[in-house]
Write a protein that binds this ligand. Structure first.
Ligand code: ZN
Length: 343
């Protein structure tokens, strides 16, 4: 088959690659659409340590089942499917507690941190364990389904956050995940949604997708503005979707006493944060990792057009041109958010 292979750091090559081997409990999927994730772009240069080459990356994908292992039940050739990015163990202590995203020895599709490797979907074919498959509703296209994964990441963060009807939320970071957090918060019954980002074009999109107010820290004093918008109290919940000290501090500063600040972004491995503000204002810091069961709800929301994924799609291109698109994303070309490749 053809695949887009990370041969060495910063070197992606579209070339022949061995077909995946399908285990008894797996199906072989012909990939129709696969999204380039920020973590792939950051992983490409070796800085994250989670894309050790040689590797076929790609964990946001959708396609058609073309063959099935002997033990697969409930699926057939021709089924349109998407799948979780986490390949978790079924016989795991965490999985049995309903926390499969935290299960020990879990693997992520298209990721290789050194001690394990699972080739992903920047390829014509990928083999997928049956227990992470999801059926795509008829109204949802393959390309829309390839964006379910990042929406589900956003939905998981919202699901972990104690929210009451009409609560005010601050979302720090209006990149792809931030834009999905905003949309899921709208669907979840939030009152005021305040989006924060350094780039005005992203804030414009945030407003189109449901933010009531947008704030650019380069132009305004965010803390002052949030207080003015919340009766001098601060937001009931805040989401941090970047992952550096400055944005963590903005999220904490925006939150009212007793609020939850949910941390999704993790660009830097560690971040300083205002400890005394968190303690004396009794703020709850909630980490959010990946996805835990949000796929079916998100597929329904996309089918009902409650979440708009099309607005985030910047381009669809052939997989053979993937290396060039990675370069453009790596160089932070303005206006590019989500690029989906078609094998
Ligand atoms: Zn991703």
């Amino acid at each position: 088959m053809k695949a887009l292979v990370l041969e060495e750091y910063n070197k992606l090559v579209y070339k022949d690659f061995p077909d995946p081997v399908t285990a008894d409990d797996e199906v072989l999927v012909k990939v129709e659409s696969v999204g380039i994730c920020g973590s792939d772009v950051h992983g490409m240069d070796g800085s994250s340590g989670r894309r050790v080459p040689p590797l076929v990356m790609g964990h946001e994908a959708a396609g058609t089942i073309i063959s099935l292992g002997d033990q697969v039940k409930g699926w057939k050739e021709g089924d349109r499917v998407t799948f979780d990015s986490t390949i978790y163990k079924l016989d795991d202590w965490y999985t049995r507690k309903g926390l499969y995203n935290l299960s020990d020895h879990r693997m992520v599709l298209g990721v290789s941190p050194g001690d394990w490797k699972k080739h992903g979907a920047f390829a014509e074919y990928v083999s997928i364990p049956q227990h992470i498959l999801y059926r795509i509703p008829d109204q949802v296209s393959f390309t829309q389904a390839a964006m379910v994964e990042p929406v589900a990441v956003a939905a998981h963060a919202v699901a972990l956050t104690p929210l009451e009807w009409n609560d005010t939320a601050v979302v720090v970071g209006s990149g792809m995940i931030g834009l999905f957090v905003i949309q899921v918060l709208r669907a979840r019954g939030c009152g005021k949604v305040i989006a924060i980002d350094l780039e005005d074009d992203k804030l414009e999109l945030a407003r189109e997708l449901g933010a009531d107010h947008v704030l650019n820290p380069k132009k305004v004093d965010v803390k002052k503005e949030v207080l003015a918008l919340t009766g001098n109290r601060g937001a009931d919940v805040a989401f941090e979707v970047v992952g550096v000290s400055e944005t963590v501090a903005i999220a904490i500063d925006s939150a009212r006493k007793g609020a939850t600040v949910t941390l999704v972004g993790n660009l830097s491995p560690s971040a300083a944060f205002p400890l005394q503000k968190v303690v004396t204002r009794q703020i709850r810091l909630q980490g959010s990792c990946a996805i835990c069961g949000e796929y079916p709800a998100v597929l329904d929301m996309i089918a009902r057009k409650e979440v708009n994924v099309d607005a985030i799609l910047s381009a669809e291109a052939p997989l053979s041109e993937g290396a060039d698109w990675f370069k453009r994303l790596y160089n932070k070309e303005p206006g590019l958010i989500k690029v989906v490749l078609k094998p």
